[in-house]
Design a protein around this ligand. Structure first.
Ligand SMILES: Cc1ncc(C[n+]2csc(CCOP(=O)(O)OP(=O)(O)O)c2C)c(N)n1
Length: 584
């Protein structure tokens, strides 16, 4: 039996002691190691399997961590983590208190830059390269970026700048023709032509002053290593185009690249997915959005759907299949998605622009300048609002209420269940005179029979869920569920406020006049969130009632299960009961 190599590699120093001919065996072991752990612990699979050889080659050739390696997005960095001192802890990946699923500066010297959102690697590595120049250091700086991420505006901005510097920067394009869903756009078509050899002449990267090489087979260790060794001696901005297969080495993951991006639990030997309970469950909120937009768009020809690179995650794929000419995957381009929606709205279309709460942060100026300032009735659907769980700090959607609440003209709504989500979508497409943001969480709702006939929601109107004495709980969005559970045995009132903007001021006056204590429950940062809106209301109107704001503290919440994280920040049912009892 061959002796295992991986077990001796605690840092890339040991890796560099191996002979080149031993590396293919190491690649097999690394792949197997990733598969075995992700099969039971879950996480991102396909992207990391695709860069096993590239990862080994990079750490073999370059003197990391002195040479600086930046992974774009970072969901492909499992091999990197395992080879850089985290093999023994890798089974804790993405779990509470365990390793992060993405590179993180706090976690290791080898993680040069924190990532999670895409298309930042070129700018970050260029910044490091310029810093090295200024300090007179002789280092290499490498950004590894995927073909979906390089099509984003930020990546172009980085390339455009790098091309007029003499910074020592190597950009490696990991081209597997797929993001989470298949890559889209003209650049993707261009890259396909380059691979076929039909478009070598006017190379876009050479035009940007990069020393271009490739495309080369990203699974051929000899080829990558010799090319990296050559590039190490070339000064200035360089570009290496590497072709890989997402999911490489696991048959099902290669064949079904969308599903195996993050497949959940699977059988490590066969690759078969382990399916969960067959019982009828409430739907995922994303599916309520996905099915409802199709239903509405069939009745209203002005409706269009937009997603920046998340057709599967947002479930806009249902509309892309059924009404393809009115549903658009624009690639990783949140800013473009928002301004394109604004343009469509000027022409009388009704755009549903679906963006994860965390990724909408990218398009902030576009929301203000292109949508709200012109009061264009774009319908923003913010999926994955609140704490999202294992993806962690980079992905929690806990800032949207703060960053949206200060924008004039914008309505902000959070449904407490699936039926409310359907009804607000229905209401919004009846033609609002202004933009609206609808925020809803990751995962499943609470209503099995969610597909009820549509009914119109009055803008700015809250609902009373329970009448009691002394204390009023004001919840926003799906936090209503935890609040409902928590007050079961208590004689208190509960209001689902629904609208963060405009507030139901009539009801609020009545509440402040009736109850001694007001308790706010929101899955959002306390600072600037829904509770802040209530504090402002109380202050403006001279109410002195004590107001307790329960939400996410002023800190970045790390990764872990959603329930574990709710417990951590005190938004789980148990914590709410404790706090409410204390107040009573
Ligand atoms: C700004 C932003 N928008 C959307 C996402 C969601 N997302 C994560 S990975 C990914 C696809 C990345 O594809 P690619 O760059 O080709 O890398 P690969 O998965 O092939 O390694 C997307 C859209 C993100 N991380 N950041």
């Amino acid at each position: 039996m061959q002796k295992s190599l991986l077990q001796y590699i605690n840092t890339p120093i040991e890796l560099r002691l191996l002979k080149k001919k031993e590396l293919p065996q190491l690649a097999r072991e690394l792949r197997e190691f990733i598969i075995n752990i992700v099969a039971t612990k879950e996480g991102h699979l396909g992207a990391s399997l695709g860069v096993v050889e590239l990862t080994i080659a990079l750490h073999y050739v370059f003197n990391t961590p002195t040479d600086q390696l930046v992974w774009d997005v970072g969901h492909q960095a499992y091999g990197h983590k395992i080879l850089t001192g985290r093999r023994k802890n890798f089974h804790t990946n993405r779990q509470l208190g365990g390793l992060s699923g993405f590179p993180k500066r706090k976690e290791s010297n080898y993680d040069t830059f924190g990532v999670g959102h895409s298309s930042t690697s070129i700018s970050a590595a260029l910044g490091m390269a310029i810093a090295s120049q200024l300090k007179g250091e002789d280092k290499q700086h490498i950004a590894v970026i995927g073909d979906a991420s390089i099509a984003s505006g930020m990546a172009f901005e980085g390339l455009n700048h790098a091309g007029v510097t003499d910074a020592n920067l190597l950009v490696i394009l990991n081209d597997n023709a797929i993001g989470i869903d298949p890559s889209v756009g003209a650049l993707k078509q261009y890259l396909t032509n380059v691979k076929k050899g039909t478009q070598k002449q006017d190379n876009i990267f050479e035009a940007l002053n990069f020393d271009y090489s490739g495309p080369i087979d990203g699974h051929d260790l000899d080829k990558i290593i010799s090319e990296l060794e050559r590039l190490k001696t070339v000064k200035g901005p360089k570009f290496l185009h590497v072709i890989t297969t997402k999911g490489k080495g696991l048959k099902q993951a290669e064949a079904n690249q969308v599903k195996y991006h993050a497949p959940g639990k699977f059988d490590a030997k066969t690759g078969d997915l382990i399916t969960k309970s067959a019982f009828r469950q409430p739907p995922k909120y994303q599916d309520v959005f996905g099915y409802t937009i199709v239903e509405l768009a069939k009745q209203n020809k002005n409706i269009v759907g937009i997603t920046p690179a998340m057709p599967t995650g947002s479930s806009l794929k249902y509309m892309m299949t059924e009404i393809p000419n009115r549903a658009f995957d624009v690639g990783i381009a949140e800013q473009h998605a928002v301004t394109m929606a604004a343009g469509m709205a000027t022409q009388g279309l009704i755009p549903f622009c679906n963006i994860y709460s965390t990724f909408l942060q990218r398009a902030y100026d576009q929301i203000i300048h292109d949508v709200a300032l012109q009061n264009l009735p774009v319908i923003f659907c913010l999926d994955r609002a609140g704490l999202v769980g294992e993806d962690g700090a980079t992905h929690h959607g806990v800032f949207d209420l703060s960053y949206l609440r200060c924008i004039p003209n914008l309505i902000i709504f959070a449904p407490r269940n699936e039926v409310e989500l359907r009804n607000i979508m229905y209401t919004a497409q009846l033609r609002l005179e202004q933009p609206i943001a609808i925020r809803y969480p990751r995962g499943r709702g609470v209503t099995i029979d969610w597909k009820q006939p549509f009914s119109k929601i009055e803008i700015g109107k809250a609902v009373t869920l329970k009448k009691g004495k002394k204390l009023a709980v004001l919840s926003i969005g799906t936090m209503a569920q935890n609040a409902t559970e928590a007050i079961k045995g208590l004689n208190v009132s509960h209001y689902d406020m629904r609208f963060v903007k405009p507030l139901d001021e009539n009801l609020l006056h009545a509440i402040f006049k009736t109850y001694d204590i007001i308790v706010i429950v929101e899955d959002h940062t306390i600072k600037g969130g829904f509770g802040s809106a209530i504090l402002e209301f109380a202050s403006e109107n001279g109410y002195k009632n004590p107001i307790k704001t329960l939400g996410i503290p002023d800190d970045f919440v790390e990764h872990g299960g959603v329930d574990e994280l709710h417990e951590f920040v005190g938004l789980d049912v148990g914590s709410l009961i404790e706090i409410l009892k204390g107040l009573l």
